[in-house]
Every structure is written in C-alpha cells, then in structure tokens.
Design a protein around this ligand. Structure first.
Ligand SMILES: [Zn+2]
Ligand SMILES: [Zn+2]
Ligand SMILES: [Zn+2]
Ligand SMILES: [Zn+2]
Ligand SMILES: [Zn+2]
Ligand SMILES: [Zn+2]
Length: 305
C-alpha cells in the first residue's frame, strides 16, 4: 500500500515537474531528507551553544578595555616621573625626599636659584611666623607657639596618635563620634568597636583603617600628619604660601579651591544659612557651624547609646 501510494505520488510529481526521476532515486532522496531531519536537532543544539560564546567574545574586549583605561588613570595619578635633573636641584637645595613630587608639580612657583625666598610659613591660620626651609624647621615653633604635642587616641583599640589638641578633637569626632544618618550608611562597616563609621567603597574603608593603625604621611617641616596624600599636598601649599586661587570679588588669593569657596561663603554671602536638619537660621556661617555641632535633630541619628 505504501509503495503504491509512493508510485502514484512519484508519477504525479514527475508529470507535474516535467522531470524524469526514477522511484529509486526518489527514495534515495527521501533517505537523504530523513537524515537531514535527524541532523536538525543536533544542528540546533550547536546553534544554541554557539550563541552565548559569541556574546562572551563580544563582551570580553569591552571589559578588558575599561579595566585597562582605569588602570592607566590610576598609574598616571600615582607615578609622576621626576627627571634626574630635578632630583639634582632638589638635593642641592636640601628639599626633603618625601615631598619631591610636590616640589616637582609646583616647580614653576619656586625660586630655586635663591632658596632664601622659599621661606617656610607656619601652617596655623592666624600665625605669620616664617623660617628658612630645612627639615623639621617648624617643629620647635609649633610646640612653643601652638602647644603641639603627641596625643594618642583614648580608645584602647585605636592606635592613632594626634599631633595637636585640635587634631585630636577632629579625630575623636570623625572616628569615634555619633555615627552617620541612616541615609549615609554603606555596606562596609569599620570593624573597630569604638567606631561607628560605614563605607560604600572598600578602598575608602582601607584609608580609614590606616588612620586607626596610625599609618599616615608626615610633613618634613612640622608635626602635621595625614593619611591622604592630597591633604599633605594642600598642607605644603600653606607652608610655601602658594596661593593659586583668587577671589573674583576682592582679589584675595587662597591655597585651594575649597578655602576660596569657604572665604566666599563667610565674607561675600549675605544670604542666611539654614540648618538642613532642623531649619535653624543663622546669619553668619560660623554661627551655623557652631549650631551644627549641637543640633538636636542632627544628633538624633546618633547610634551611641
Ligand atoms: Zn605659628
Ligand atoms: Zn581613634
Ligand atoms: Zn573606624
Ligand atoms: Zn607641616
Ligand atoms: Zn573675596
Ligand atoms: Zn539644626
């Protein structure tokens, strides 16, 4: 029956297409078609396997490129190549090795031909004391004029040693203070039990931990210490009185953008200052600062019981 059906079908087919194909050849053709059908699922499975591979190939170079760019940026920031010629000049003028990068970055502002012009200025805000640049040249002055002294952190688990009373107060408030508002929480808590800080970024936590472990950078002229290289850089700007930021209203010059901004807030702003937590209105910036340290609404978020 089956063969008969095929016969009739083939005859019709041959007539319709006007081709002279034998039944045998047609059956062979059927076999081939079946084999093709059997292969189909295999082919399909190959197609499925290949698809994600292609995606991976497309993604991989993009990820690599992004990483490479990031690494380059970090390298560029970290490694400033100081020419041998400059290192020789630095030696000649007795510049501290630890701050070579700072001197190289600001080399155009220094008068290396006459080092006497490069007096070191006291870094305390209201003091005009200057001294000829030499290692530790301000240490004695800081002790006698500004009561600088080493103050180890009171917390048993913290190894930080402050260099002055105000630095010690700042450390206490920032590292062992009332903690953060719930909106400021991060996923990385500081493991020190005396500290309530959280960080969003593990690298920020690492910098913070360096302070607890007293792994900080030191100024070569005075007792100043800070964990962050950019802060030490700004501190050195004060020692050499390098003021590159001018106020466009009164033409006074400042060491950093941040100090200029604060100057504008204090001197040139006539608007009232409002506490974001309780709505308290202050007419002077300094009054707001004082209020903020005692604002009950702000301290409500304290997590120290
Ligand atoms: Zn001073
Ligand atoms: Zn501490
Ligand atoms: Zn901490
Ligand atoms: Zn210093
Ligand atoms: Zn001004
Ligand atoms: Zn307030």
């Amino acid at each position: 029956m089956v063969v008969g059906k095929y016969d009739r079908f083939v005859h019709k087919y041959l007539k319709k297409t006007k081709r002279f194909k034998t039944l045998e050849e047609f059956e062979k053709g059927l076999d081939r078609m079946q084999k093709k059908d059997e292969r189909k699922p295999v082919k399909l499975s190959f197609a499925i396997q290949k698809a994600p591979e292609r995606k991976k190939i497309e993604k991989a170079p993009i990820e690599k490129k992004a990483r490479q760019i990031k690494n380059k940026e970090i390298e560029e920031k970290k490694t400033i190549v100081i020419p041998d010629k400059f290192i020789k000049i630095a030696k000649k003028f007795g510049l501290p090795k630890d701050h070579l990068e700072f001197f190289y970055e600001n080399r155009e502002l220094f008068h290396f031909e006459s080092m006497e012009k490069n007096d070191v200025h006291c870094s305390e805000r209201t003091c005009n004391f200057t001294v000829k640049a030499s290692p530790k040249c301000l240490v004695e002055h800081m002790i006698t004029a500004h009561n600088y002294t080493d103050i180890p952190c009171e917390k048993i688990d913290c190894s930080y040693v402050a260099f002055s009373l105000s630095n010690s107060k700042h450390h206490k408030a920032k590292f062992h203070g009332h903690g953060q508002k719930p909106t400021e929480y991060g996923n990385h808590p500081c493991p020190y039990s005396s500290c309530k800080n959280f960080f969003r970024n593990p690298s920020h936590l690492q910098v913070h931990l360096n302070v607890h472990q007293n792994r900080v950078l030191s100024c070569s002229y005075c007792q100043y210490r800070n964990v962050r290289p950019d802060k030490l850089h700004d501190h050195l700007l004060v020692h050499f009185n390098l003021k590159n930021f001018a106020c466009d209203i009164c033409q006074r010059t400042f060491t950093t953008k941040k100090v200029l901004k604060k100057h504008k807030m204090i001197v040139h702003t006539t608007d009232d200052y409002i506490c974001v937590d309780c709505g308290f209105v202050a007419q002077k910036f300094r009054s707001l600062e004082t209020h903020r340290s005692t604002c009950k609404e702000r301290l409500k978020f304290s997590r120290i019981l």
